[in-house]
Design a protein around this ligand. Structure first.
Ligand code: PLP
Length: 362
């Protein structure tokens, strides 16, 4: 069978079925850990192999890597519904959150959900010396907790430890009513559910989980109005208006668009990211969400838990007994915050649910 073509340019229509996408994975059976570390497709593996071999032959080229980065930037922009000039690139969530945190006015307040992933928490706590106050509330109370004194609300769209989806519409409505900026981490969302980054002042996504890119490919989307409030504290040569004219000081001429928040890319990772992002741009993400959440619900049914319509399912496992059972059965799962955690992605199917339930039966 000839594989359906991956999309390598706009427009935003799905060209690949879920079944076709599943054929691009060499494994995935029993791998219930996309929330920890995604899997590469054969296209990502081939691209990275070819790049490593070209590197060994001395044929790697900085400007060609730069072209890859710009294609991935544009592809990611298309995936999340913004224009490429609103996308900055980098390598870690915490650094991007740190950029926003460093721009919070002295003495201002940030509201966060209690228990969010620390890369979305520590950068704000690290601003205490300037009088920045961090108020942490239950995720369910996040919208109601914003006041006219709140400068920023920062939260993950899908919580890392529990898979809980934040009520993004309510949080955004409350933020509008209180003139609060919104920063949303979509790391545990983009790739398994539709994500519209344009509805937030800023978003951060590290793409090594549900998007299956190599670690070290992260995106920061930002509105023009919010970008005007941010200081490009990590600016280096990659933030320059003209990259190759920005390699040395003493003057600094930064890009006018979101590129001024770029940090220089970990080149080989971007080579692997290109087919990864293209795969998910080629898919109907509502269909991926239905598939993943359907498997999550099937597991909940088997475990006697309420259905959650989530791709990540977790439950209390203080002693780690259930995680040990899953591991002993040859499954890859994870434990977080005293909970056993499993994740279902497009490479999983009902047989993975059965394997997990069999492993967990006493
Ligand atoms: C919600 C969320 N954001 C970000 C990350 C990764 O953070 P970083 O990019 O700082 O390593 C994780 C990892 O589990 C996560 O769950």
């Amino acid at each position: 069978m000839t594989p359906a073509p991956l999309r390598t340019s706009s427009p935003a229509v799905s060209t690949l079925t879920l079944a076709e996408a599943r054929t691009r994975y060499t494994s995935g059976r029993g791998y219930l850990a996309a929330c920890t570390l995604g899997l590469p497709t054969i296209d990502t593996i081939a691209a990275m192999r070819a790049d490593t071999e070209a590197w060994a032959r001395g044929e790697s080229c900085a400007s060609r890597y730069g072209e890859v980065v710009e294609r991935v930037r544009a592809g990611y922009a298309d995936l999340v519904g913004v224009t490429p000039d609103r996308v900055a690139i980098g390598s870690q969530t915490s650094v991007m959150a740190g950029l926003v945190a460093a721009s919070i006015p002295d003495g201002a307040e940030v509201v966060l959900p209690r228990g969010d992933f620390s890369s979305m928490v520590f950068p704000f706590l690290a601003q205490a010396h300037r009088g920045v106050t961090v108020r942490q509330v239950d995720l369910a109370d996040l919208a109601a907790s914003l006041t006219e004194n709140t400068w920023l609300v920062a939260f993950s769209l899908v919580q890392s430890a529990t898979g809980t989806l934040a009520d993004s519409a309510a949080i955004r409505a409350a933020a509008r009513a209180t003139s609060t900026f919104t920063l949303c981490d979509t790391t545990q969302a983009a790739g398994w559910m539709p994500v519209d980054a344009s509805v937030f002042d800023a978003t951060i996504c590290h793409s090594y989980k549900w998007l299956g890119a190599p670690r070290g490919v992260a995106f920061f989307t930002v509105s023009d109005a919010f970008a005007a409030k941010l200081h490009p504290v990590y600016a280096g040569w990659y933030a320059g208006d003209d990259l190759w004219a920005s390699c040395y000081g003493p003057e600094m001429a930064l890009a006018a668009d979101a590129r001024r928040f770029d940090v220089s890319p970990a080149w080989p990772a971007w080579v692997g990211a290109e087919p990864a992002i293209d795969l998910f741009r080629s898919l109907d993400l509502a269909a991926v969400a239905a598939h993943n959440a359907g498997l999550g619900d099937a597991l909940c049914d088997g475990l006697g838990l309420p259905r959650l319509s989530q791709a990540i399912i977790s439950w209390p496992d203080a002693g780690g007994r259930d995680l040990a059972r899953l591991t002993a059965a040859g499954l890859t799962a994870s434990g977080r915050a005293g909970r056993a955690r499993v994740a279902f992605h497009l490479f999983n199917d009902e047989d993975d649910v059965t394997l997990a339930l069999n492993a967990l039966r006493p």
